[in-house]
Design a protein around this ligand. Structure first.
Ligand SMILES: NC(=O)c1ccc[n+]([C@@H]2O[C@H](COP(=O)([O-])OP(=O)(O)OC[C@H]3O[C@@H](n4cnc5c(N)ncnc54)[C@H](OP(=O)(O)O)[C@@H]3O)[C@@H](O)[C@H]2O)c1
Length: 254
């Protein structure tokens, strides 16, 4: 661990959906900055435990807690456990999201109510359930961080259900920023194409075409999202609430 200034020292942070991908990178970055981190997962227990192990073996502090964020009773159980163990929560990152190629690739005529239900119940309602519980546990200075996606800014030919859910996340960010001010700040990262599991759905041609349209000519790395999350979690962003940072390598330049 670095002996330089730790930007999240003393803070307790919950990262939902942290068993892999962006959430895992955020959990590791938070721990490197001195936070005690709760690594939430739904079903990937082994991966979540690997994330915790990688943090603790480098001197950081982390535990994992299983909870499906779409299930109110499981969310309540997770927050009760956090409250009992830490008596506080300083940072919440709502990272849990449904990544399902069949929903993303569905043609208009193929989209079903069940697809809406699956995505909204996790990305929107699940995030909200965590916000609601976190709001009661966070003291002055708390920070909530949401994750949206660039199609909410410029549209896309694919991923309609997903994009609409992420639009709700963006609106929720602004609503909660007002509702929870001045105690708790609420911000959002609007992500472009970040290199996680979903890349496996793409053919090499599709991947090439995605990449060529990005100004920086490459996908983003989860660690490059994590550094923005550290900024929003830390006091370095103490005068920012209800805002979004687009992390997309200059893809949409909106
Ligand atoms: N990657 C991108 O390019 C990109 C772009 C824009 C936005 N985003 C958003 O960024 C977030 C992370 O994306 P990612 O690519 O890192 O995703 P990922 O690799 O698919 O990981 C998703 C994580 O969410 C967890 N999860 C799923 N459903 C859950 C539930 N009901 N309760 C608790 N945890 C749940 C998964 O845990 P289990 O395996 O245990 O279920 C996993 O840890 C998502 O919200 C995604 O929509 C990603």
């Amino acid at each position: 661990m670095s002996a330089l200034k730790l930007r999240l020292k003393g803070k307790v942070a919950l990262v939902t959906g942290a068993s892999r991908g962006i959430g895992a990178a955020i959990a590791r970055a938070f721990a490197r900055e001195g936070a005690r981190v709760v690594v939430n997962y739904r079903s990937s227990e082994a991966e979540a435990k690997d994330v915790v192990r990688s943090i603790t073996s480098s001197g950081g502090s982390a535990i994992s807690i299983q909870a499906d964020v779409a299930q109110p009773a499981q969310v309540a159980r997770m927050f009760d456990a956090i409250s009992k163990r830490f008596h506080r929560l300083d940072v919440l990152v709502n990272c849990a999201g449904v990544a399902d190629g069949s929903i993303w690739n569905a043609e208009l005529s193929e989209i079903t109510p069940d697809m809406w239900q699956r995505v909204l119940s996790v990305d929107v309602v699940g995030g909200f359930l965590c916000d609601q519980r976190a709001a009661t546990l966070m003291k002055k200075g708390g920070s909530m961080i949401n994750i949206s996606s660039t199609p909410v800014l410029v549209g896309d030919e694919q991923g309609l259900v997903y994009a609409c859910a992420k639009a709700a996340v963006l609106t929720k960010t602004k609503m909660l920023a007002r509702i929870l001010a001045p105690s708790i700040r609420v911000n959002c990262m609007i992500l472009g194409s970040i290199e996680t599991g979903w890349v496996d759905w793409l053919t090499p041609e599709t991947l090439r075409s995605y990449t060529s349209s990005i100004s920086l000519k490459r996908l983003g790395k989860p660690e490059e999202v994590a550094s923005v999350a550290v900024f929003f979690a830390s006091d370095e962003s103490s005068y920012i609430t209800g805002e979004s940072i687009v992390v997309d390598g200059g893809d949409v330049l909106d």
